[in-house]
Design a protein. Structure first.
Length: 257
């Protein structure tokens, strides 16, 4: 079994794979400072709770967009799980070619998502991740990744509403019954959700127009991606575990003999 770890700005998401089978997932908050011992104990306890024997973990791979947690986190895996983590970064085999002006600027999470979308669904493919930021990344038919769009995520937009306006409350992010809102909460929900749907449809259509890819596949992931994917025909596939799948694929590419 292997342990795959996606370190995002909000959560650290872990998955345990046995071959291609995802056995379990669990999450920790990223923003809570921890020592390597605290990470290690938490990870071991979550593995035990999910009936995974840590001695069965043969390897670990991490993709991180939060550099300041990496020293403690990698130390936790070495000391408590007994693995030396593979880190997604320059020099690692991915199966796609990064053709952007500065490949080192591309976040590991975006590379992992692009690998998964291309390997699972083929190219050309536009992969969207509804995370802290909403990202749109294009992989061509021959596996080149060099084009990306970055927008504020739904939670960032929601947080700006209730933190920067005195009278707007913190709300649950969900689709309201109608866009014709008659009170404050559903008004905010309508703006956030329908605004994201409109942004998604415009960006997808503009990418198709500028690339000429009428056969473009559109794949979405991220916790809030399901809300958007269910409301627009521009997204063909929603895969909640796309990032974990990409980590598994990259690990396999780098350990094959």
């Amino acid at each position: 079994m292997i342990l795959v770890v996606d370190v995002g700005n909000t959560n650290i998401t872990c998955g345990v794979y046995e071959g291609k089978n995802l056995k379990t997932t669990f999450r920790m908050t990223t923003r809570l400072p921890r020592t390597s011992d605290e990470y290690g104990i938490s990870i071991c306890e979550m593995l035990r709770t999910n009936q995974i024997n840590k001695e069965d973990i043969e390897g670990t791979i991490i993709a991180s967009v939060v550099p300041n947690v990496m020293h403690a986190l990698t130390g936790a895996f070495k000391r408590y799980v007994g693995t030396n983590p593979m880190i997604v970064g320059p020099g690692i085999k991915t199966g796609i070619k990064i053709t952007s002006d500065n490949p080192r600027e591309i976040g590991p999470d975006r590379i992992v998502d692009a690998v998964a979308a291309y390997e699972l669904y083929g190219g050309p493919v536009l992969v969207m991740d509804f995370g802290t930021a909403t990202t749109y990344d294009l992989v061509t038919e021959d596996g080149c990744f060099g084009v990306g769009i970055t927008a504020p995520g739904i939670r960032i937009s929601a947080k700006a509403l209730w933190e920067d306006t005195a009278k707007l409350p913190e709300i649950e992010i969900k689709k309201p019954k109608s866009i014709l809102a008659r009170e404050t909460i559903s008004s905010m929900q309508a703006g956030l959700v329908y605004g994201q749907i409109g942004q998604t449809e415009y960006i997808v259509n503009q990418v198709k127009k500028e690339t000429g890819y009428e056969n473009l596949k559109v794949v979405a992931t991220g916790g809030l991606g399901r809300i958007i994917a269910d409301e627009t025909d521009t997204i063909q596939v929603y895969n909640r575990e796309l990032t974990l799948e990409g980590l598994r694929i990259i690990y396999e590419k780098n350990t094959k003999r």
